[in-house]
Design a protein around this ligand. Structure first.
Ligand code: HEC
Length: 115
């Protein structure tokens, strides 16, 4: 019994050590991505109607780029008011997840399933 307890404690310590690094998980991004689709369109799809402001394509961009962009909106280094409002609602983990999700998309291909 004592041995089992030691194993449990060691296991918990290992889990805590792993949790320090924020790792993106595309599958966990689904609820957050639902919020982006209205403007960023179907992942990998670009709405090119000229009167609507151009919303950048996110699908296929590097995770680091997306992450940096969202953090820049949070800090106010990027000024777009709507994106600033949205970025403010995201945690660091959300950003990592969303970045992983979009970087796994193929650029320029249409894929409207939230896989
Ligand atoms: C209300 C519309 C709207 C919504 C909703 C929205 N965005 Fe945006 N997003 C924009 C616009 C417009 C821009 C371009 C702004 C600019 O020029 O800085 C942008 C820019 C970005 C950029 C920078 C892209 C680049 O190429 O520089 C990222 C990353 C981004 N959005 C991520 C997201 C994520 C993730 C979500 C959902 C959590 C989201 N956006 C929701 C409108 C939106």
């Amino acid at each position: 019994m004592k041995k089992l307890l030691t194993m449990v404690v060691l296991g918990a310590a290992a889990t805590a050590a792993q949790a320090q690094e924020v790792k993106g998980n595309g599958d966990a991004a689904k609820d957050k991505v639902a919020m982006c689709i209205g403007c960023h369109g179907i992942p990998g799809y670009r709405a090119s109607f000229p009167e609507i402001y151009e919303v950048p394509l996110l699908g296929g961009q590097s995770a680091k780029y997306i992450e940096n962009a969202l953090k820049a909106y949070q800090k106010g280094e990027r000024k777009h008011p709507t994106m600033r409002g949205i970025a403010a609602t995201l945690t660091e983990q959300d950003i990592a997840n969303v970045a992983a999700y979009y970087s796994q998309q193929k650029a320029g291909t249409q894929n409207n399933s939230l896989k």
